[in-house]
Design a binder for this molecule. Sequence first.
Ligand code: A2P
Length: 270
Amino acid sequence: MSLDSAQTTAPFPIPANTFVETVTEVEHYTDRLFRFRMTRPASFRFRSGEFVMIGLPNAEKPVLRAYSIASPSWDEELEFYSIKVADGPLTEHLQKIKPGDQVLMRKKPTGTLVTDALLPGKRLYMFSTGTGVAPFASLMRDPETYEKFDTVVLLHGCRESAELAYGTQIVTQTLEDPLVGECAAGRLHHYTCVTREDHPRRMRITEAVTSGRIFEDLGLPPLDPEVDRVMICGSMEMLKDCRTLCEEAGMQEGSNSAPGVFVVERAFVD
Ligand code: A2P
């Protein structure tokens, strides 16, 4: 259930243009990562892959941070995937939320990791590290993604295997989903890399691409600007290296106003 400001239990006034939503589910994966679900306002529309500003009603001027919406646009609730930072202005509090708690959400979603910002293509590559997998958890569960692309590849890199759990869970859910499972079957590929412990693919995602290993393993041709499209989400350094990699493959960056061959967005949260 969505609440209007008169119904909240918060001792502080609710900022303008902000929804107050109720947490419905929380799942912790590691001491650094968790996801939560909350109610979705009936009037809230977004495109799969977009982000929105999130905060807690715990201050006169609450701290709001950009969070990719991890649930698809058809879902009746909203899901978010978050890092926990011990002294992070928002996440030190957000990591303690429980079902029934309230979360603030600004009314306007935005972002470039949307299929509208890409030219039509054959294969969609989603390059992610850490919590940068969140927008792709939305896109991979959206039937429109499979209407626009024949093949969808989620490439996800983390420090440790335990940090891959959310991505793996979402891929499994997608394949079992009554709405999207059939479209995704045989067309959605999940390729994981781990950098800081033993793993069959112990490397950064950039190395998986530049070495050609991912293409060999999946039986796909190397990146081709004519037919391949790339979305990138991770840390600033990761974005920089992935952008260079795409440019070296002859790809041009796109935006909502000028669709292109690849698009980039920072995984913002601290
Ligand atoms: P590494 O362990 O070599 O730093 P983080 O949790 O710090 O965001 O990192 C998530 C994953 O992203 C880690 O595996 C990390 O590897 C990797 N990573 C960090 N920087 C880059 C980069 N510039 N390009 C590709 N992967 C990166």
